[in-house]
Design a protein around this ligand. Structure first.
Ligand code: GDP
Ligand code: MN
Length: 375
């Protein structure tokens, strides 16, 4: 689960980590009023649950209330990675002498928490991680033991050369780690952690994600959930009782069973394709579910072909076939579709589809190869 920067700033502050004064605005006028109250230069920041706002024009400085109005108006008109901006944070701007990076996440392979520290923070951190990983210092922490303070102190001193800064950074990292553990986070990140004066460090941005399986332990975190975290089709799928996750590819997938759905995505990738979604229609064989699933999948403009992969157990292939026919008629579907059905009522299902002019693949490999060729 993700939360907004303003929510993350409040959590950091509960743990004693400072960031410059800020307030939230929902209109340009509110942004101007806050800017007037804070005084001097402010930074206006889009509050959306995706990264890379700075690069997308979602973070801008304003030197007066008037300018804050204008800048906020521009930011409210943006869609950042398809997400409309509904709230902006207006914060006191500070002069940045240097941008550091502090982050804590889980390294699954190591089965440890990993603390990451860099003197080259800022909006290019992903590129840095890719091209100059040696510039990000990593320290693995056994979650049962916690960080060794001596070890951490040494690591921090190597990045924050000035002893005064190094003391502050160590303090901040220990507080971040406490937050990370106590709230079951999967990520706590401050970027930039800015040097704003000869001996001052301050958090200018905050990103916190939570382990979905731990949120139930923290009602105060659950209350922070923004339904906008899900895309419109994910919300519809959730309401329809389908397990659905949006992905970046162009092959829409309808599969029954989460395991088969995962395997289907793997096979698509194996043959060089990219799935547009994960979708598990579940074990029931209600033709309406197939209709809904097709409706949700084909509303995604990126989808160029649909793969339906059904293993009939409780699910009956003839019901699925009828659902497909219903959907094609009702939705006036023109997209190419590749279907593979096996199991309960397989001959009946195939007959229904073949009669209506569909080609039914003999096996999963053939089906996937065909859909990859189609896109
Ligand atoms: P992100 O792109 O979503 O990570 O947004 P950030 O909050 O990290 O802001 C992006 C960049 O804007 C930062 O790396 C800074 O360079 C700049 N920035 C953010 N806050 C301030 C500020 O208070 N003053 C100044 N001068 N620049 C800022
Ligand atoms: Mn940032």
């Amino acid at each position: 689960m993700k939360i907004h920067e303003y929510q993350a700033r409040s959590l950091l502050s509960e743990y004693g980590i400072k960031s410059p004064a800020w307030e939230l605005a929902q209109t340009p006028q509110q942004a101007a009023d806050i800017a007037g109250k804070i005084g001097g230069t402010v930074v206006v920041k889009a509050q959306v649950l995706v990264g890379g706002r700075g690069k997308a024009g979602g973070v801008k400085l304003a030197h007066s209330a008037q300018e804050a109005f204008k800048v906020a108006k521009d930011i409210f008109s943006l869609h950042i990675k398809d997400i409309p901006v509904r709230k902006v944070l207006v914060a006191k701007s500070v002069d940045i002498l240097q941008e550091y990076y502090l982050g804590i996440t889980v390294d699954r392979a190591m089965k440890k928490a990993v603390l990451m520290i860099s003197a080259a923070g800022g909006v290019e951190i992903e590129e840095l991680a890719k091209n100059n990983p040696e510039k990000i210092l990593k320290l693995y922490v056994d979650p049962l033991k916690g960080p060794s303070e001596a070890e951490l102190k040494k690591a921090v001193a190597g990045v924050f050369i000035d002893p005064e800064l190094s003391v502050q950074a160590l303090d901040t990292l220990l507080k971040m780690y406490r937050l990370f553990i106590e709230k079951d986070c999967s990520l706590v990140e401050i970027n930039p952690y800015a040097k704003s004066g000869p001996d001052t460090l301050i958090a200018l941005d905050a990103k916190i994600n939570f382990d979905d399986n731990g949120v139930f332990k923290h009602p105060e975190i659950e209350r922070l959930r923004d339904p906008e975290e899900l895309t419109a089709d994910e919300v519809r799928a959730r309401e329809a009782g389908l397990s659905f996750v949006n992905l970046d590819g162009n092959i829409g997938c309808i599969v029954n069973g989460a395991g088969l759905a995962m395997a289907t995505m793997d096979v698509i990738k194996l043959f060089g394709g990219e799935p547009a979604n994960f979708l598990d229609v579940g074990g029931s064989s209600n033709p309406n579910k197939v209709l809904l699933a097709l409706e949700i999948i084909t509303s995604n403009k990126k989808v160029k072909a649909v793969l339906i992969n059904i293993f009939g157990g409780i699910t009956r292939c003839d019901d699925v076939a009828n659902g497909i026919l219903m959907a094609v008629k009702k939705l006036d579907l023109k997209l190419p579709m590749v279907i593979r059905l096996i199991g309960t009522k397989e001959p009946e299902g195939k007959e229904i589809l073949v009669k209506s002019g569909f080609v039914v693949a003999e096996n999963m490999e053939e089906a996937v190869k065909r859909v990859v060729e189609l896109v």
